[in-house]
Design a protein around this ligand. Structure first.
Ligand code: AMP
Length: 438
């Protein structure tokens, strides 16, 4: 596929060019034809590779060739979170503008009556989260019998979040004869049973190596004691005062705690997690995207799919439960060819999570310490010695975790130098006076 009228409807092409894109990304090129040919496709692509447009364009190209005055519902895109649904919907909204094609957003936390009204008025495309769609279906407010294309976006995340039963429930109501497109940034084993059960002779498309991090992202960790983490965050927000950041926390409770600490100290932040009202989630996202606040504190609800233009910094306040989520979290930065920084705060009792991530990445993440916040509890040195098979890799990781390797001579000197506050080469995160915040 190329950005020419030979491949694309001219109005769709105009919208694409209007976005400032000059050529299709790898995933866009690869999936365009198969989707147009109505094949089932599973595609794994790194975060930020233009995955959404990769299915939006061929779906629209297909719909515009068969105009439908009745505006029957033909396409459903299912996403694991409301935020991602909103983002996908925005792309449909933008690209359908020249056509008489209507997309609708069907998510929880918003007024159901309005959504029913929209469905009744006719819409060819629905972007939905599972709960609300099931609700509408149970109330007989939506007709799923004419669905031609189903997109499962971030399908692995849907399963991670425990939506398997809901997904299967919806699949029961969709016609057996339809195209299914399954998109996912990572591609774990758990997804394979869904593919085997629900896709027909799917084409497997891999746009980039699985479980790899975008090379535009510079990552490192700061070893730190748990109680020093809020201070470390403040130090970093001061250092990167001109940059926006997402700060990921493992639990909703930690998000709230950090939110309170940073708000009390006058930092310009917002927080989101699943227990916040949809209004609060929307307004936090809006303020963050409009660059009205410096940082967004979030659980992994924000780890997938969120596309914040030119987000330079991701901070992991703690490491995620699932190692793959590390890749999703840091994939919020370094998007669309831009450079990004991903910093993780790691304390001694997170060593196992760290090693799991390093094995997934197949390399050790560079380490450093923050001046004045040198930990009393050492994070053992990880050592991924060239295991040959995946099994060996796992085994050797377990041994290393149990033993905890002693510090190297160099690390000891460095630790001492930092403790003594002697000049030492570091990442340049010196304190910035609070006055810069005013
Ligand atoms: P996604 O992987 O769908 O989250 O998209 C990541 C980012 O890439 C978004 O900001 C898109 O606007 C951008 N994008 C999508 N397609 C292209 C393209 N062909 N050229 C440049 N940027 C693109």
């Amino acid at each position: 596929m190329k950005f020419t009228e030979e491949f694309l409807n001219k109005y769709l092409l105009a919208r694409i060019l209007n976005k400032g894109y000059d050529k299709p990304t790898d995933i866009q090129t690869q999936v365009f034809e198969p989707i147009l040919q109505h094949k089932d496709v599973t595609a794994s692509a790194q975060a930020g590779t233009g995955k959404t447009a990769a299915f939006v364009w061929p779906i629209l190209q297909s719909l515009v060739t068969k105009p439908d005055a009745n505006k029957q519902l033909k396409v459903i895109v299912l996403t694991p979170t409301r935020e991602l649904a909103y983002q996908v919907f925005e792309q449909f909204e933008y690209f359908t503008q020249p056509f008489n094609i209507t997309p609708a957003l069907i998510i929880g936390g918003e007024k159901i009556d309005k959504q029913i009204e929209q469905i009744n008025q006719g819409c060819e495309i629905i972007v939905a989260t599972l709960g609300r769609l099931i609700d509408l279906n149970n109330q007989d407010k939506i007709d799923l019998s004419n669905i031609q294309t189903l997109v499962l976006d971030e399908a692995d995340r849907m399963l991670d979040l425990g939506f398997e039963a809901e997904l299967k429930e919806i699949l029961k109501f969709l016609p057996a004869q339809k195209q299914t497109l399954l998109f996912s940034a990572t591609y774990p084993e758990s997804i394979k049973s869904i593919i085997n059960q629900y896709l027909t002779a799917p084409l497997f498309i891999k746009s980039s190596k699985e479980n790899t991090v975008n090379k535009n992202i510079k990552q490192w960790i700061y070893e730190i004691d748990k109680q020093d983490k809020p201070d470390a965050i403040m130090q970093m927000l001061n250092e990167y005062i001109d940059s926006q950041a997402i700060i990921f926390c493992k639990t909703k409770r930690t998000v709230d705690l950090l939110d309170n600490i940073l708000s009390e100290r006058g930092f310009s932040i917002r927080a989101i997690h699943a227990d916040k009202s949809q209004n609060a989630r929307n307004s936090a996202m809006k303020q963050f995207k409009n660059k009205e606040v410096q940082a967004l504190i979030a659980t992994d609800i924000a780890a997938r799919g969120l596309d914040i233009k030119q987000l330079p910094l991701v901070i992991n306040y703690d490491l995620p439960f699932v190692p793959e989520d590390y890749i999703h979290r840091i994939g919020r930065t370094g998007r669309a060819g831009k450079q990004g920084i991903a910093i993780s705060l790691v304390c001694a009792d997170q060593f196992e999570e760290l090693v799991a991530i390093e094995y997934l990445l197949t390399h050790i993440i560079e380490r450093d310490m923050l001046t004045g916040l040198v930990p009393d509890h050492n994070v053992p040195i990880s050592n991924l010695e060239e295991p040959k098979t995946k099994e060996e890799k796992k085994k050797s990781a377990q041994v290393k975790i149990k033993e905890g390797k002693p510090l190297s001579k160099r690390a000891k000197i460095r630790r001492k130098a930092l403790k003594d506050k002697a000049p030492v080469k570091k990442k340049g995160l010196g304190l910035v006076p609070r006055s810069r915040l005013q």
